[in-house]
Design a protein around this ligand. Structure first.
Ligand code: HEC
Ligand code: HEC
Ligand code: HEC
Ligand code: HEC
Ligand code: HEC
Ligand code: HEC
Ligand code: HEC
Ligand code: HEC
Ligand code: HEC
Length: 556
C-alpha cells in the first residue's frame, strides 16, 4: 500500500502527522476511560473523508492519541524528534478504534503520525437494493436537492469553489465531487456527507471493518449548519440541550436501571435507542450524547412535520412520560405529541409523591393547563384536565416563542431555544408584556407564607424538629425565602440545593393531604420556569387553590 503518495487519485492510504511535546504534558494524567469516541470536530462536508488528528493527552499509562476519519483500519507511527529518524509502526495496522494509547515513548517530544483509509466515495445510487427505504425518503429531503436548488444555482453556487464543500459530496477530496458534468452522482448532500465515504462498504457489505459510521453527535451536522447564513449549530452549542445534565449523567452511570428512566429525556443516545426499539443498557459507556440534532430531526425521512422534525409542533392531548413506563409503547402511542412536550412534561408526578417535588419539566402540561389541583367552591378540589390560555393555542406552541427566526441574513429558526426577543409578544399584546405575569411572584410568596405558618402550628410536633421544614418533600424542592421582622415572606428564589431537609418517610405520613396538594401546586408553578407566562390565569388558579388548601388546615 502506498503511503502519502503524491498522486491523490492513486493512494489507498491517507495520513496525517502531529508533533507532540510529551514532556510539556507530563503533569496530571487520567485513566483511559473506554467511552465511545464521537466526532469531536466540525468541518464543511460533515463526516471527514480523511484522517484528522483531534487530540493528544497524557493518561496514567502513557499518551493517548485520538483522530477522526472514515471507518476502516488505521496504523499509528512514532519517531523521535530527530527529523532524520525513521517512522516506526506502533501496534498493528488494524486499529478500528480511532484512538491509541502509546505506552513506550521514544522521547518526551516525539512525533506521531496516523495513516488510514483513503476516501472512496460512490454516491447514494450505490446504496439502492440494500437500503431502499432510507434512500427513497432521503432523496425527497432538501439535502438531496442542495445542489440543484434554484436559488443555489442562481447564486452561482454550482461553480463556486467556496460553496461546494457543503452542497456536494467529498468536494476537494480524492474520489469526491469535481463538477456537475464529471461527477453528477455526487451533487447535493447525501448519505456519505453524514456517514463518510462508503464505496468500500457498498462493495463488501458484510465486512465489518468498513461499515460506515453512524454518528449521533451534532458535529456531523455542525460543519455545514454553521456561520452567519445558517448559525444553527453555533446556537445549539450555547443551549442547555448541548450538554447532558451532570446530575442525570451521574444517576444513569450509577445503575443500569436508571439508563432508560433518565436517559429517555436527558441522553440522545438512550432516547434514539429507545425510539428504535433497542435496549439502551448496552450504552453504559455512551450516555454523554446530549440532545443533538438527530434527536429532534429524522435525518432520512420526510414527514408531515416541518424540517424533518420527528414529532409535530402543536398538540392538545394530555401527555406525561414517567420514568418507569414502557417507553416503546408510550412513544408509539404518542408520536403525535408536540416535539418539546415529548420531554418537557410532568414526568408522571402526582400530589401523592413524598420523596421529591415535581420535576422542573412540566411546561407542556402547564401550557395546556393539564396538571395540578384546582379549586371551585369551599371544599371542591379537582385535577386540572385541559385549561389552555391563549398562549397554548399558538399554532407552533413552544416553537412560536422559543425558536423565533434569527435576524437576517440568517432568518431561520433560532436554536438557542431561548426567548430571544419579545417581538412575537408585541405582535399580539401591542406592547412588551415583560418577563413575568402579574401577581404570580407575589402569590408564590403568599403560599410560602401560609405553609410556613402551618409548619409553626398546627403541624405535628414530630415535624417541627430543628433543621426540618415541616411541609417540604423529603428531598426539598429548592425554594428558599427571605422574611421581614414580622416573619412574613417578602421574596423567594429557586435553587438547586438548600441547607435544610424535609420530613423523612415516616414524617411524610403525618402531613395532611391538603398540604401535600398545596406544595404540589406551588412547585408546579415555580418549576414551570416562566413565572406564569405560559398560562397566566391557570398559574394564578393553582396558587389560589394552594392558598385555600393550606387555609383549610389552618382553620379547619
Ligand atoms: C449490498 C448491500 C448493501 C449496499 C449496496 C450498501 N449497504 Fe449499507 N449495509 C448493508 C448491511 C448488510 C449492513 C449491516 C446491517 C447490520 O449489521 O445491521 C449495512 C450497514 C450500513 C450502515 C451502518 C448501520 C449501523 O447500524 O451500523 C450504514 C450507515 C450504511 N450501511 C450505509 C450505506 C451507504 C451510505 C451505502 C451506499 C453508499 C450502503 N450502505 C450500501 C448492506 C449494504
Ligand atoms: C454537507 C453539508 C451538510 C450536512 C453534513 C448536513 N446538512 Fe442539513 N442542509 C445542508 C444544506 C446545504 C441544506 C439546504 C438544502 C436546500 O434547501 O437546498 C440543508 C438542509 C437541512 C434541513 C432542511 C431545512 C428546511 O428548510 O426544511 C434540515 C432539517 C437539515 N439540513 C438538518 C440536518 C441535520 C439534522 C444534519 C445532521 C444529521 C445535517 N442537516 C447535515 C447541508 C448539510
Ligand atoms: C459551511 C457550509 C456552507 C457553505 C460553505 C455554503 N452553504 Fe449554502 N447552505 C448551507 C446550509 C447548512 C444551508 C441550509 C440552511 C438552513 O436551511 O438552515 C444552506 C442553504 C443555502 C441556500 C438556501 C437553499 C434554499 O432552501 O433555498 C442557498 C441559496 C445557498 N445555501 C447558497 C450558497 C452559496 C451560493 C454558497 C457559496 C457562496 C453557499 N451556499 C455556501 C451551508 C453552506
Ligand atoms: C443528514 C445526515 C444523514 C444523511 C444525508 C443520511 N444519513 Fe443515515 N443516519 C444519519 C444519522 C444521524 C443516523 C442515526 C439516527 C437515526 O437512525 O435516525 C443515521 C442512521 C443510518 C442507518 C442506521 C439506522 C437505520 O435506520 O437503519 C443507516 C443504515 C443509514 N443511516 C443509511 C443511510 C443511507 C443509505 C443514506 C443515503 C440514502 C443516509 N443514511 C443518509 C444521518 C444521515
Ligand atoms: C419526561 C422527561 C424527563 C425525565 C424522564 C427525566 N427528566 Fe430531568 N429534566 C427534564 C427536562 C425537560 C429538564 C429541564 C427543565 C428546565 O430546565 O426547565 C430536566 C431537568 C433536570 C435537572 C436539572 C434541574 C433540577 O431539577 O435541578 C436534573 C438534575 C434532572 N433533570 C435529573 C433527572 C434524573 C436524575 C432523571 C431520572 C431519574 C430525570 N431527570 C428524568 C426531563 C426529564
Ligand atoms: C429529548 C428531550 C427534549 C426535547 C425533545 C426538548 N427538550 Fe428542552 N430540555 C431538555 C432537557 C433534559 C433540558 C435540561 C438540560 C440541562 O439542564 O442540562 C432542556 C432544557 C431546555 C431549556 C432550558 C431551560 C433552562 O432552565 O435553562 C429550554 C428553554 C428548552 N429546553 C426548550 C425546549 C424547546 C422549545 C423544545 C422543543 C423545540 C425542547 N426544549 C425539546 C430535554 C428536551
Ligand atoms: C407565549 C410564549 C411562550 C410559549 C408558547 C412557551 N414559552 Fe416557554 N417561556 C416563555 C417565556 C417568556 C419564559 C420566561 C423565561 C424567558 O424569558 O426566557 C419561558 C420559560 C420557559 C422555560 C424555562 C426557561 C428558563 O430559562 O428557565 C422552559 C424550559 C420553557 N419555557 C419551555 C417551553 C416549552 C417546552 C413550551 C411548550 C410546551 C413553551 N415553553 C411555550 C415563553 C413561552
Ligand atoms: C430540541 C429539538 C431540536 C434540536 C435539538 C435541533 N432542532 Fe432543528 N429544528 C427543530 C424544530 C422544532 C424546527 C422547526 C422550527 C420551525 O418550523 O419554526 C427546527 C428547524 C430546523 C431547520 C430549518 C430552519 C429554518 O428555519 O428553515 C434546520 C436546518 C435545523 N432545524 C437544523 C438543526 C441542526 C443542524 C441541529 C443541531 C445542531 C438542530 N436542528 C437541532 C428542533 C430541533
Ligand atoms: C397570539 C397572541 C399572543 C402572543 C403571541 C403572546 N400573547 Fe401573551 N397573552 C395573550 C392573551 C390573549 C392573553 C390573555 C390571558 C390568557 O390567555 O391567559 C395573554 C396574557 C399574557 C400575560 C398575562 C396577563 C397580561 O395580560 O399581562 C403575560 C405576562 C403575557 N401574555 C406575556 C406574553 C409574552 C412574554 C409573550 C411573548 C414571549 C406573549 N405574551 C405572547 C396573547 C398573546
Amino acid at each position: 500500500m502506498a503511503e502519502n503518495g503524491n498522486n491523490a487519485w492513486r493512494v489507498d492510504r491517507a495520513s496525517v502527522s502531529i508533533l507532540v511535546a510529551a514532556g510539556f504534558l507530563l503533569g496530571g494524567g487520567f485513566a483511559d476511560a473506554q467511552t465511545v469516541p464521537h466526532l469531536s470536530i466540525t468541518q464543511p462536508g460533515g463526516m471527514p473523508g480523511l484522517p484528522i488528528m483531534t487530540g493528544i493527552s497524557r493518561v496514567t499509562n502513557g499518551m493517548k492519541v485520538t483522530w477522526d476519519g472514515p471507518s476502516g483500519y488505521y496504523q499509528v507511527y512514532q519517531k523521535s524528534n530527530n527529523l532524520l529518524a525513521p517512522w516506526v509502526a506502533l501496534g498493528k495496522a488494524t486499529n478500528l478504534s480511532r484512538y491509541a494509547v502509546i505506552t513506550r515513548l521514544y522521547t518526551t517530544d516525539a512525533f506521531f503520525r496516523v495513516s488510514g483509509p483513503a476516501p472512496a466515495y460512490i454516491g447514494a445510487q450505490a446504496c439502492a437494493g440494500c437500503h431502499d427505504s432510507i434512500r427513497n425518503t432521503e432523496l425527497k429531503t432538501p439535502h438531496a436537492g442542495a445542489f440543484t436548488d434554484a436559488d443555489f444555482a442562481a447564486a452561482g453556487g454550482q461553480t463556486n469553489r467556496s460553496c461546494l464543500p457543503c452542497h456536494t459530496v467529498g468536494y476537494g477530496l480524492p474520489t469526491g465531487f469535481v463538477s456537475k458534468s464529471r461527477t453528477p452522482l455526487l451533487a447535493g448532500v447525501q448519505c456519505e456527507n453524514c456517514h463518510g465515504p462508503a464505496a468500500n462498504h457498498a462493495a463488501n457489505e458484510n465486512d465489518p471493518t468498513v461499515r460506515p459510521r453512524v454518528e449521533l453527535a451534532a458535529t456531523v451536522c455542525g460543519g455545514c449548519h454553521t456561520g452567519p447564513m445558517s448559525p444553527t449549530y453555533d446556537e445549539w452549542s450555547t443551549s442547555a440541550h448541548a450538554t447532558v445534565t451532570p446530575d442525570a449523567l451521574q444517576t444513569m452511570s450509577s445503575s443500569t436501571n436508571n439508563i432508560s428512566s433518565c436517559g429517555r429525556c436527558h441522553s440522545g443516545s438512550v432516547r434514539l435507542a429507545l425510539i428504535y426499539g433497542k435496549n439502551p443498557v448496552t450504552l453504559s459507556n455512551d450516555l454523554n450524547v446530549a440532545i443533538t440534532c438527530a434527536v429532534c430531526h429524522d435525518p432520512h425521512s420526510t414527514n408531515a412535520n416541518p424540517a424533518q422534525v420527528r414529532n409535530p409542533l402543536h398538540s392538545t392531548n394530555y401527555f406525561s412520560l414517567s420514568t418507569s413506563a414502557n417507553f416503546t409503547n408510550v412513544y408509539a402511542a404518542n408520536t403525535n405529541i408536540n416535539i418539546c412536550g415529548q420531554c418537557h412534561n410532568v414526568r408522571g408526578a402526582a400530589w401523592t409523591d413524598t420523596s421529591r417535588a415535581p420535576h422542573r419539566s412540566p411546561q407542556y402540561n402547564f401550557l395546556l393547563g393539564s396538571v395540578g389541583i384546582l379549586w371551585s367552591g369551599k371544599t371542591n378540589y379537582y385535577s386540572a384536565t385541559y385549561r389552555p390560555g391563549t398562549h397554548g393555542g399558538l399554532t407552533n406552541q413552544c416553537v412560536y416563542c422559543h425558536m423565533q427566526d434569527d435576524a437576517p441574513p440568517a432568518s431561520i429558526a433560532s436554536h438557542t431555544f431561548a426567548v430571544i426577543s419579545h417581538d412575537v409578544c408585541i405582535s399580539c399584546h401591542g406592547f412588551d408584556p415583560g418577563a413575568s405575569a402579574p401577581g404570580v411572584y407575589d402569590n408564590v410568596s403568599l403560599v410560602l407564607d401560609l405553609l410556613n405558618r402551618w409548619a409553626a402550628s398546627p403541624a405535628a410536633a414530630a415535624l417541627r424538629t430543628n433543621g426540618v421544614v415541616a411541609w417540604e418533600y423529603t428531598s426539598p424542592g429548592g425554594l428558599t425565602w427571605q422574611t421581614n421582622q414580622a416573619g412574613q415572606v417578602t421574596s423567594w428564589t429557586l435553587a438547586d440545593q438548600v441547607n435544610f431537609t424535609g420530613p423523612d418517610a415516616a414524617g411524610q405520613g403525618l402531613i395532611p393531604d391538603n398540604i401535600k396538594k398545596a406544595r404540589y401546586d406551588l412547585y408546579l408553578v415555580v418549576n414551570d420556569g416562566s413565572l406564569g407566562t405560559h398560562n397566566w390565569t391557570f398559574a394564578l388558579d393553582l396558587l389560589t387553590a394552594a392558598q385555600n388548601l393550606v387555609a383549610q388546615q389552618l382553620s379547619p
